[in-house]
Structures are given as C-alpha cells and as structure tokens.
Design a protein around this ligand. Sequence first.
Ligand code: NDP
Length: 246
Amino acid sequence: MTAHTSKVAIVTGASRGIGAAVAERLARDGFTVVINYAGDAASAEALAHKIEAAGGHALTAQADVADPAAVRRMFDAAETAFGGVDVLVNNAGIMQLAPVADTDDDLFDRTIAINLKGSFNAMREAGKRMRDGGRIINFSTSIVGTLLPTYGVYAATKAAVEAMTHIMSKELRGRSITVNAVAPGPTATDLFLKGKTPELIDHLAKMAPLERLGLPDDIANVVSFLAGTDGGWINGQVLRANGGMV
Ligand code: NDP
C-alpha cells in the first residue's frame, strides 16, 4: 500500500447538502477527506465510494458532533488512518424555525448542542491536535445579518460561532493556522427547503440581487478557497456567500 501524502480534511455533516459538496470538492483539490455524519451512513458511504472511484481518498466517520467523546474518537480515527489533521470544516448543523416566544426548551437545547457545542467540540479538538499550517472553517449564516423573525435561536448559535471564530484565530498565533467562518445565504438543501412553500422559497431566492438560491457547490467553492493556498492570508474573517443578499 502506498502511504497517503495529501493533507487531511475532516468535514462534519458531510453525508448530504453543503457538507457533501464540500467533501467532494476538497477531495478533488487533493485532500484526503473524512466524511462525518450523524445518522445517514448509507449516504456517507455512497459519497466515499464516489470520491474513491474518481481517484480520491475518503473515510467515513459516524459521530454526533454534540458528543465531545465522539468528536475525539473521530479525530483519533483520522490520525490513526492518515497521521494527522490539516483542515476542519465545521459544517454540521440543524435549523428549526420558531418565534422566540414559541421556542420550547427541547428545541433551544438541541440547537445549542449541535450548532454551538458541536462546533466548539470540533474547534477544541482541532486547536489541540491540528498540524501547524492548518485551516479551521466554521459555518455561520447570513441570517446573522438579515435578522429575520423566527430565526432567533438558530441565529444566536451562529453569532456565537462567529465570535469564537474571531477569538480562536488570535489564540492560535504562532502555528500558522487560520480560523474563518463561511456564512451562506439561502442554499438549496433539505435544511433550507423543507417545510417552505414554493412561493416563500421564490421570495427568499429573490432577496439577493443575483436572484437565485445558492447551490451547495457555490459554498464548496468558498470553502475550497479558504482551505487552499490562495486563501492563506484570510484569517479571523466571516465570509458571507449569499449572492449579495446582505
Ligand atoms: P442539511 O440538513 O442538508 O445537512 C446537514 C448535515 O449535517 C447532514 O449531513 C447531517 O447528517 C449532518 N448533521 C446533522 N446533525 C448532526 C450531528 N449532530 N452530528 C453530525 N452531523 C450532523 O444542511 P445544509 O447542508 O443546508 O447545512 C450545512 C451548514 O450550512 C449548517 O451549519 C447550516 O446551518 C449552514 N447554512 C445552511 C444554509 C442553507 O440555506 N442551506 C444557509 C446558511 C447556513 P445526517 O444526514 O447523517 O443526519
């Protein structure tokens, strides 16, 4: 067996949606990719096969990002298989909308656990273990800018991720590791489309002057830039990728 010499990227929530597009793109860019997922093993395995068939390297890793021990095991698995981690894409997330006054404790706790604690769990592990020269790419949302009703708790988790992004980029001084966040606008995935009428989808799509929804590949392009050589001077920033919506 030939040793892998490529850099290693963990992409959380990569079984579908934006994460799957990111994993596929980073594999094409030459990264060995760890495809994390929560429940959908079949989709994660299918993506790994697709990447391998195209000549790339991929490994699937089940881990609920809300569980710190599971996140640690995922980093262990990446280090055992490939010798280290160079890129973390903190993409896993959930979104369920409700006015603040109608949000129950369970929804609040789940959203915090996955979006905020989950991002923190992986950032902490990366901060301890990532190889020098690495890249941490977190996920926020352009809702932090538009501040639309019903997005209160979801936006709060992402605003917190943005704050940690800025601070961690300073804490990693001396290791040549950049920490940035991507903040997509409405993007055509289950997370965005589920439960919305065609009229509402059209309305939200037209908010951007480019007058369409983002596609997972639009976001994967941005992550590829931040993970690659050309993005190396970007640090401590939030890149909104939304066709100009906000
Ligand atoms: P999807 O719902 O399409 O996909 C979510 C992915 O996250 C799935 O692979 C899912 O895995 C995984 N996931 C969910 N919960 C967990 C968990 N606890 N642990 C590990 N993995 C988990 O979402 P998107 O692709 O649309 O969203 C990706 C990111 O982009 C999110 O952070 C979201 O907040 C952000 N975003 C999305 C926007 C949009 O319009 N789509 C706009 C702005 C930001 P499984 O299938 O195995 O459960």
